[in-house]
Design a binder for this molecule. Structure first.
Ligand code: CU
Length: 148
């Protein structure tokens, strides 16, 4: 990519400002102790699109200690987590399930992945939960996704 693209990108970032970079794009970490580093993610309702980046800061491989980030309605998430166990590897989610609002792929230690969430699918004030669908992990790895 050329220099002009770079300049446009920098100007664009300056114009949209800190609010965009902090609120519409966030990172969550997952480790080898079956934990995320956040129990809540808050997103401004002005975000049209939200980008979630998942960083696995552990060492273990995806088949042993895989993590993903799945977004669902709170009322759906436990059933979805159970269905995910049955769905098996590599992504531990039932294919094409409408209960999945957004999901990353499953990654292992040292890896990183991201997903874009179309915020028009979500309601401000709605009750949403994010979780890891790797078998058994949702019990420890879950949190609230708050739109405000
Ligand atoms: Cu996990």
């Amino acid at each position: 990519m050329g220099r002009s693209f770079f300049v446009v990108a920098v100007v664009g970032l300056l114009l949209t400002g800190r609010a965009w970079s902090q609120e519409c794009s966030q990172t969550i970490e997952a480790n080898d102790q079956i934990q995320y580093n956040k129990k809540e993610i808050k997103v401004a309702k002005s975000c049209k699109e939200f980008t979630l980046t998942l960083k696995h800061v552990g060492m273990l491989a995806a088949n042993v200690m895989g993590h993903n980030w799945v977004l669902a309605k709170t009322s759906d998430y436990q059933a979805l987590a159970q269905a995910g166990q049955g769905a098996g590897p590599p992504n531990y989610l039932p294919a094409g399930d409408a209960k999945v609002i957004a999901s990353t792929n499953v990654i292992g230690g040292g890896q990183m992945t991201s997903v874009k969430v179309d915020m028009s699918k979500l309601m401000a004030g709605g009750d949403y939960t994010f979780f890891c669908s790797f078998p058994g992990h949702f019990v420890l790895m879950n949190g609230k996704f708050v739109i405000e």
